[in-house]
Ligand binder design. Structure first.
Ligand code: GRF
Length: 224
């Protein structure tokens, strides 16, 4: 277990409810990290106000000010680097990132995605899971690589799909689990129990299953 609190930068584009869950975990001591900055690509992101109210430094790198993804990613990287983070958490950050940003942060860059990866990368995950007749949906925290939602999984939470579920109803129940899942995954990272080694995720030095560890294995309720 590391003796110092890690430095965490959070990237958002919207309401930032996962960001809020991380801020709360940082405050109540379950996450051994200080959130040193919240950065948004959208000036109007609601989560920016939440972060400011919590006294967290905020920045906006507006993607509309850049003529290419690569230029945006270079600026984003320099902005993030300024805060010298141990980890960078994407929390509803709705931009596809290029290697300009991802490559130098491999092993430090984490995302939460609302599906049981590798199922349903990209958008409309709940709708797709319902349409496919799946019995379970969920969310996955994973290391980010250059493949969209394709990096190695760390932790997942499973949520049953109920008869007659709409995408919104399912999304609301999955979100409750996301708010447990993301702080727990970051806590494992910040305690240096999880590492990415040669593309494989190790927990306490041992490889974990491909879809990540189940949240319930950490004694965290799996019921939404
Ligand atoms: C969450 O469902 C997250 O999994 C996905 O985008 C959504 C963001 O929600 N990547 P919020 O901004 O954290 O409330």
């Amino acid at each position: 277990m590391s003796r110092y609190r890690k430095r965490l930068v959070i990237l958002i584009s919207g309401r930032g409810s996962n960001m809020s869950a991380l801020l709360e975990a940082s405050d109540n001591g379950t996450l051994a990290a200080d959130v040193v900055a919240v950065i948004s690509n959208k000036p109007g992101a609601v989560g920016l106000d939440v972060a400011r109210t919590a006294g967290i430094p905020t920045e906006v790198v507006n993607h509309q000010d850049f003529s290419s993804r690569e230029d945006f990613d270079r600026k984003l990287y320099s902005t993030v680097s300024h805060y010298n983070p141990d980890y960078v958490a994407l929390a509803g950050f709705m931009r596809i990132l290029t290697s300009e940003f991802v490559a130098p942060l491999i092993g430090k860059l984490i995302n939460i995605h609302p599906s049981l990866l590798p199922k349903y990368p990209g958008l409309n995950t709940h709708e797709r899971a319902i349409e496919a007749g799946d019995r379970d949906a969920g969310a996955t925290v994973h290391f980010v690589t250059e493949e969209l939602d394709g990096g190695p999984a760390i932790l997942h939470a499973r949520v049953p799909i109920l008869v007659g579920d709409t995408p919104d109803e399912l999304s609301n129940r999955v979100l409750i689990e996301e708010h447990r899942l993301y702080p727990q995954a970051l806590a494992l990272l910040c305690e240096e129990r999880i590492h990415l080694v040669d593309g494989a995720v190790l927990l306490d030095g041992d490889p974990i299953p491909k879809g990540g560890i189940a949240l319930t294995d950490f004694g965290v309720s799996g019921k939404a």
